[in-house]
Design a protein around this ligand. Structure first.
Ligand SMILES: [Zn+2]
Length: 514
C-alpha cells in the first residue's frame, strides 16, 4: 500500500500542553510510503490527493499510535505462578518461571499491545541465561516476532553485573545461605553471569544487524543501580554516546532501592548517576517512585526523562510516583505497562486511566493529571524515550504514519454529553474492543480488529500447546529452588535493616519530601 487517507470524525494530531490538544474535526491524515504528507480537513485532503485507499470514517477517531515505554515479556509473572508481592521478594519468586518460547511469548504480548492501539514498544529483555550465542538467539527470536506482526520496536537487553539476588554482592549473600542451598544458588547465579564485554558484543552485533530498518532500533539498558557496578555504568554511558542511542534504566522503584543508593554512595540514586555523567535527555528512568525534590530538580535541569509504570508500582507495593511534581517541574514522563497492568493485560487505554486517576491528590487546584497530559505521556513523550524520538508520537507532516483508529460510537454509545472534550472521552471511555485499525509506517497491521500479517489464533494455540506438557526436571527444580530461597531473601532485608527505614509518606507528591 503506497498511500492512504485515514479519516476521522476527529483527528487528534498532538497535545500542545496539559490542557490543549490539537484536534481537527472531520479531519484526515494523508500518508505515502509510511510517512505523513499532510494532516487537515477531510474535504481538503480528499480533493488534493488520490489515495490508494481510505481508512476510517466519520464514525471513527484517529490518534497517534501509543508507545509502551517499558515492557519485558508476554506471559506475565502472575500467569507463570508468581503472585503480587513486594518487588524484592518478587524477584526471587521469579526463579520459578518455566521456559517459554521467546518468539510465541513475544507475539502474545504484541497482540495485546496492538489491540489497545500501541504501535511502538520499548522491549527491555532480561533474565536470559548465557552464553552469548544463546542470548543472541533469544534476542533474535524476540525481534523476529515484532517483525512478523509488524510492530515498531526499540530493543534492549538489561545489563546486570552484580547483586543478582539481593542488594549485596552475590558472594556475600551466598555466605548467608545454609550449605544445602548454597551450591544450588551459586550455580543459578553462575548461569546468569554474563561478562560485561559480552553484553556490549550483543549490543554491537544487534545494532549492526538491524541498522537501517524502519521498525527496529537497538538501544542500551542498565538494569538498575544495584544491578550495575560503576564500571558497567561507565561503559553503558560511553557506548550510548558512541552509538548515539538512548538508555532506559529502572531506578528508585522501591524505598529499599532509595536506601540502597544511600548506603552505596551517601547520596541518592540520581546524584550517583549525575556524578557518573549519565543524566541527560538520552536517559529515561523507569519507575522513579522514590525521587526526592532535589532529584526532580536534577532531572528537570538535565532533561532526563521518567517512564511512569503506575499499575506495576501498585501491584508490587512500590508506591505512587510523584507524577504531579514531575509535571510541575517540566520533566517529560512516558508510560509503561511493565507486564503488570491491573488486568494483567497490555491495555494502554486502561493504563492511561490509571495514570489519570491515581494521582488525584485532595484539593481543588490544578495539579492533578489531565486527559491531554496522559495522552501526551502515552504518545509524544513515549516516543522521546526511544531512539525514534520525533520520528513518531504525533500526527504531523514528515512523521511516521503510526496511528490508531477507534470506533467513536463505541466510545459514546449509548450517550455522551456533547460538551465532553474528545481527548477526555477517549481517555475515560475507550476500550480495547473499540480499537478498529492500527497502522505502523502506514501499513494497517490490525484492520477491522484482525491482524493482517499473522494468524493470532494459531500463534496462541501454538503457545498453549508448547506449555501443555509437564514441567521438565529443571523447571520443577527451579520452582522448588525459588520456594526454598525465599525465606533467606526475606531475612536479608530484615537483618540488614531495610525494613526499619522509615517508609516516609509513600503516597502522592509527599513521598518525595522524605
Ligand atoms: Zn521493568
Amino acid at each position: 500500500m503506497a498511500s492512504s487517507l485515514v479519516r476521522g470524525r476527529y483527528v487528534v494530531c498532538k497535545v500542545e500542553d496539559r490542557h490543549t490538544p490539537q484536534v481537527i474535526e472531520d479531519g484526515a491524515v494523508f500518508q505515502r510510503d509510511g510517512v505523513i504528507v499532510e494532516v487537515g480537513p477531510y474535504a481538503d485532503l480528499a480533493a488534493r490527493h488520490q489515495p490508494d485507499e481510505v481508512l476510517g470514517s466519520p464514525d471513527h477517531v484517529v490518534l497517534p499510535g501509543f508507545v509502551n515505554s517499558h515492557h519485558h515479556v508476554g506471559l506475565t509473572a502472575f500467569q507463570l505462578g508468581t503472585p503480587d508481592m513486594a518487588l524484592e521478594l518478587w524477584f526471587a519468586s521469579r526463579y520459578r518461571k518455566r521456559d517459554v518460547d521467546p518468539y510465541l511469548d513475544t507475539l502474545y504480548g504484541a497482540f495485546e499491545m496492538i489491540e489497545s492501539g500501541i504501535t511502538t514498544v520499548q522491549h527491555l529483555h532480561s533474565r536470559a541465561n548465557g552464553p552469548l550465542e544463546r542470548i543472541h538467539g533469544t534476542a533474535s527470536d524476540v525481534i523476529r516476532a515484532y517483525d512478523a506482526v509488524g510492530m515498531r520496536l526499540s530493543y534492549s537487553f538489561n545489563v546486570r553485573d552484580q547483586n543478582r539476588l539481593v542488594y549485596e554482592a552475590d558472594d556475600a549473600f551466598l555466605r548467608r545461605l545454609p550449605e544445602d542451598l548454597r551450591a544450588e544458588t551459586a550455580e543459578a547465579l553462575r548461569a546468569q553471569t554474563i561478562p560485561l564485554e559480552d553484553y556490549f558484543a550483543l549490543f554491537e552485533s544487534l545494532h549492526r544487524e538491524h541498522a537501517g530498518k524502519e521498525r527496529v532500533r537497538v538501544q542500551l539498558a542498565p538494569a538498575n543501580l544495584h544491578w550495575c557496578s560503576d564500571r558497567a555504568l561507565g561503559m553503558l554511558r560511553d557506548h550510548a554516546a558512541r552509538y548515539h542511542v538512548p538508555l532506559h534504566m529502572h531506578l528508585l522503584e522501591t524505598r529499599h532501592q532509595k536506601e540502597y543508593a544511600r548506603r552505596r554512595s551517601g547520596g541518592t540514586a540520581v546524584t550517583h548517576l549525575r556524578d557518573l555523567g549519565m543524566l541527560g535527555p538520552h536517559l529515561t528512568l523507569g519507575h522513579g517512585v522514590w525521587l526526592t525534590e532535589d532529584d526532580i530538580d536534577l532531572l528537570a535541569e538535565s532533561g532526563t526523562m521518567v517512564c511512569h509504570n503506575p499499575s506495576s508500582n501498585l501491584r508490587l507495593r512500590s508506591g505512587i510516583a510523584p507524577l504531579n511534581r514531575l509535571e510541575a517541574r517540566g520533566v517529560r514522563v512516558a508510560i509503561g505497562l511493565d507486564d503488570c497492568s491491573l488486568n494483567d493485560d497490555r491495555s494502554m487505554l486502561q493504563e492511561m486511566r490509571v495514570a489519570l486517576k491515581v494521582h488525584r491528590e485532595p484539593g481543588m487546584d490544578d495539579r492533578v493529571p489531565t486527559c491531554p497530559q496522559v495522552l501526551k505521556m502515552a504518545t509524544e513523550h513515549g516516543a522521546l524515550s526511544t531512539p525514534y524520538g520525533t520520528h513518531i508520537g504525533t500526527l504531523e507532516a514528515g512523521r511516521a504514519a503510526d496511528m490508531v483508529v477507534i470506533d467513536w460510537k463505541h466510545i459514546t454509545w449509548p450517550y455522551l454529553d456533547d460538551e465532553v472534550p474528545v481527548v477526555d472521552a477517549v481517555v475515560h471511555l475507550a476500550r480495547t474492543s473499540g480499537v478498529r485499525t492500527v497502522l505502523v509506517a502506514g501499513e494497517p497491521i490490525l484492520r477491522d480488529g484482525r491482524f493482517t500479517r499473522i494468524d493470532k489464533q494459531a500463534a496462541l494455540e501454538a503457545l498453549a500447546e508448547s506449555l501443555r506438557v509437564p514441567l521438565r526436571p529443571d523447571e520443577l527444580r527451579r520452582r522448588e529452588f525459588s520456594k526454598r530461597l525465599m525465606p533467606h531473601v526475606q531475612r536479608f532485608y530484615a537483618d540488614e535493616g531495610y525494613l526499619d527505614v522509615p517508609p516516609g509518606q509513600p503516597y502522592m507528591h509527599a513521598n518525595c519530601r522524605h
